[in-house]
Ligand binder design. Structure first.
Ligand SMILES: NC(=O)c1ccc[n+]([C@@H]2O[C@H](COP(=O)([O-])OP(=O)(O)OC[C@H]3O[C@@H](n4cnc5c(N)ncnc54)[C@H](OP(=O)(O)O)[C@@H]3O)[C@@H](O)[C@H]2O)c1
Length: 272
């Protein structure tokens, strides 16, 4: 990315975290620009990252290699249609907008190379994970550019089929909330068992972090890690059996199925 020039359309939370990640990776401020209708938003990202900002989206994309669409899904149609007359054929469009398909974007933008991504909120602390899908027009060099862009805030994984982004949404896009729910429930249960709330909360949070670190750094899968910490007849086994008797695995499958279904439904509505 040493010579790549990038424009962000929309300079909100996600754009700011990507810009911060790119700067931390060594991109120069002159390689990055952003546009946003909010004067305060423009002033904030400009002050924080030293980049040039614009009120006019068309001006922001002039001469860049990569255009990152970081506006809310509801704003995508209008943004794409207004950019269309100003696009150069070689410019890669990277969309992080949830639920907007490549077909919708191609209808609004023209035959532009597109990478569609599904990041998640831990990108804000550079611990995100994103699923990426590229259209046939995207070159190998442009795939590398998209990969490096999303890798600035976590890890980036390529998908073979665009439809798999609904599953990515269900697993990792919405996933942080599932872990927050578990932390919340474990904290409440700890309080019921006699712990002060702040102690129960720290125990639950740090346990989630520690378990995630172990799962990521280990060369065995989560099922094996669980078996290794579950002694027969011990305390962990008592808890796991209780989870399983309550239908935990089936409940998780149902919940993720509902998220994937909703993702496909929203794509249908927003793509019109
Ligand atoms: N946050 C996440 O964890 C997450 C995860 C996955 C995907 N995403 C996707 O990332 C995208 C951005 O999310 P976000 O959380 O960063 O939202 P955000 O903080 O609301 O940022 C969007 C920015 O775009 C600006 N904007 C609105 N209309 C515009 C236009 N016509 N041209 C240029 N900029 C415009 C908004 O300005 P105003 O506020 O003045 O309207 C706002 O500053 C969304 O599509 C979302 O689906 C986010």
């Amino acid at each position: 990315m040493s010579n790549t020039r990038i424009a962000f359309i929309g300079a909100g939370n996600m754009a700011a975290s990507l810009i911060g990640g790119l700067r931390a990776k060594g991109l120069e401020p002159a390689q990055i620009r952003a546009s946003d209708p909010g004067a305060d938003t423009r002033a904030r990202v400009s002050a924080e990252h030293g980049i040039e900002t614009f009120a006019d989206n068309a001006e922001a994309i002039r001469g860049v290699d990569v255009i990152v669409l970081a506006v809310k899904p509801q704003a995508m149609k209008a943004v794409c249609e207004s950019l269309r007359p100003h696009l150069q054929p070689h410019q890669l469009v990277v969309s992080i907008a949830a639920g907007i398909t490549c077909a919708s974007m191609n209808a609004w933008l023209g035959a532009q190379p597109i990478v569609r991504c599904m990041p998640n909120t831990p990108a804000l602390v550079r611990q995100g994970v994103s699923g990426l899908y590229a259209t046939a027009q995207v070159s190998a060099e442009q795939r590398d550019q998209a990969q490096e862009l999303l890798s600035a805030v976590g890890i980036a994984l390529w998908l073979e089929q665009e439809q798999q982004l609904d599953a990515v949404t269900a697993v990792s896009g919405s996933g942080p909330a599932y872990f927050f729910l578990l932390i919340e429930s474990m904290t409440a249960a700890g309080v019921k068992l006699g712990l002060p709330k702040d102690v129960a909360e720290q125990l639950a949070e740090q346990t989630a972090l520690g378990a995630a670190h172990m799962a990521v750094s280990s060369d065995v899968d989560a099922a094996e890690l669980r078996r290794r910490v579950t002694s027969p007849g011990g305390t962990t086994q008592a808890a796991i059996e209780s989870f399983q008797a309550g239908g935990f695995e089936a409940l998780v499958e149902k919940a993720l199925g509902a998220a994937a279904h909703r993702s496909a439904e929203l794509a249908e509505q927003l793509g019109k």
